[in-house]
Design a protein around this ligand. Structure first.
Ligand code: ARG
Length: 471
């Protein structure tokens, strides 16, 4: 029996060595091995092999006894990997070879039957799907936790004014609740995109063989069922030769990461002395080795920065697959590094972002003060006149004239006297001043999806419902 994962000489040779007289060059072995990357799919590989052995017995290709030996052997490998008593032998070519060799070391002849009717080409396509079918729900859950955290912030800030920007210029006032709900809705779509992708990963590729299926009476549907799939893929060539599910995942993760990068950009900006809208927890800030006063938003910056890596992963995958002819090509082995990097990076970024945002403090006064400058209420002046019957284009002109006067007088619109308003349009009445306070500007915007507190409360409810319907 193998000790500490060192597979015996007999079973150590590459799975394909039989045709060769010479062993591979040491440099060649080092170059082609993928075990350092694919070892994380060890448990998926074992799960797949257990189902495969059961199917082989079900179809009487191997005996019940052989299947039991294989299943028990694989379960012991799983147990020992989990406990750490079995270490991966990195001289194996890949995780499939390591597990098959270890199995044969442990149970002898029966182990040599586990690969019946199977190729590593359909095995890897299966392992990756099994891996993603457990990773994607994990990232989806982390996204839900973030949506929860944002909803909580929103609930407490439905009347916390904050300037809304377009072109990074003051536009119209909104509320902090409205702003963080905007973030949350983009995350809802990220969650849904991941969910959609799982539908396309619900079919099992195993039984597609190297490329042309098998002449043995395999029962693909039975094996797929054992593994929790909804059915089997339709074409053996397609099953072993595409990596679109990896690209789709990396693409969905890139979009999610893009959203995080945008939130982080705003946090970096809001944490500046000039804005000071947000005060990040000391737990989620760093200092400077030279400037004693510094409290830097490094975590937001790192998340923003790691977006480049995730996009790189997507592009590495797309480019690796470009123009590859059917069916399996070894190029495809290169998918895992990028896929797993995107998975790890995005998952940790979502989690860190959640902790960072949940522990931050909001400076309501600063945000409210920022709503006072920049003529955020100019549109509301125009809307006021529209309500009095003036065509919008004319009303826009009147409001623009008032803005010009305010700029000349170096004051805000609400600081101009009533006479000035009257000179610009006789339709103005004294109530104009109460109609253009930042809070009034927000509360009047009651369109569906608008920033008025009563509408944002509906959004918050819907976000909560979304999370509840999933759990
Ligand atoms: N390590 C390979 C991969 O990840 C597994 C399939 C190997 N197949 C082959 N014919 N060499 O793609």
């Amino acid at each position: 029996m193998a000790q500490h994962g060192t597979i015996t000489q007999d079973n150590h040779a590459a799975l394909w060595h039989g045709r060769f007289e010479e062993g591979p060059d040491a440099q060649a072995v080092e170059f082609e091995t993928s075990i350092y990357v694919d070892e994380r799919m060890a448990l998926d590989d074992i799960k797949g092999s257990i189902a495969h052995a059961k199917m082989l017995a079900f179809t009487k290709i191997i005996s019940e006894d052989e299947a039991n030996q294989i299943v028990n052997g694989l379960e012991s490998i799983q147990k020992d990997l989990e406990s750490g008593s079995l270490k991966i032998d990195y001289s194996a070519e890949d995780i499939h070879s390591f597990i098959e060799a270890t199995l044969t070391d442990r149970i002898g002849e029966a182990g040599k039957k586990v690969h019946t009717g199977r190729s590593r080409n359909d095995q890897i396509a299966l392992d990756e799907r099994l891996y993603l079918r457990r990773f994607i729900p994990e990232i989806q859950n982390s996204v839900l936790t973030l949506i929860d955290a944002l909803t909580l912030i929103a609930k407490e800030n439905t009347e916390t004014l904050i300037p809304g920007f377009t072109h990074m210029q003051h536009a119209q006032p909104v509320t902090l609740a409205h702003h963080v709900c905007a973030w949350a809705w983009s995350l809802v779509r990220d969650w849904q995109r991941l969910e959609d992708s799982l539908k396309r990963m619900a079919l099992s590729p195993i039984g597609s063989g190297a490329l042309a299926g098998s002449g043995l009476p395999l029962n693909r549907k039975y094996e797929a069922e054992l593994l929790g799939f909804e059915g089997v893929t339709k074409n053996s060539l397609d099953s072993v030769s595409d990596r679109d599910y990896c690209i789709e995942t990396a693409s969905n993760l890139s979009i999610l990461q893009m959203h995080l990068s945008r939130f982080c950009e705003e946090i970096v900006l809001w944490a500046t002395t000039e804005f000071a809208f947000i005060d990040l927890s000391e737990k989620w800030s760093t200092g400077s080795s030279i400037m004693p006063q510094k409290k830097n938003p490094d975590f937001a910056e790192l998340i923003r920065g790691r977006t480049g890596k995730v996009y790189g992963d997507l592009f590495a995958l797309l480019t690796m697959m470009k123009a590859l002819p059917l069916a399996y090509d070894r190029d495809m082995q290169e998918d895992k590094e990028s896929l797993f990097d995107a998975c790890d990076t995005v998952l940790s970024c979502v989690k860190v972002f959640t902790s960072m945002i949940a522990t931050a403090k909001w400076n309501k006064e600063k945000m409210a003060d920022a709503c006072k400058g920049g003529y955020l209420n100019a549109t509301d002046i125009a809307d006021y006149l529209v309500c009095k019957g003036l065509p919008f284009r004319t009303a826009h002109g009147v409001s623009a004239k008032l803005v010009r006067i305010a700029i000349e007088n170096n004051c805000e619109l609400e600081q101009l006297d009533f006479e000035t308003y009257k000179e610009c349009s006789p339709l103005f009445e004294k109530d104009i001043f109460e109609k253009i306070t930042p809070l009034a500007c927000v509360q009047t915007r009651k369109t569906d999806g608008g920033p008025a507190a009563e509408k944002v409360k509906e959004q918050i409810e819907e976000l909560k419902q979304f999370a509840k319907n999933i759990k």
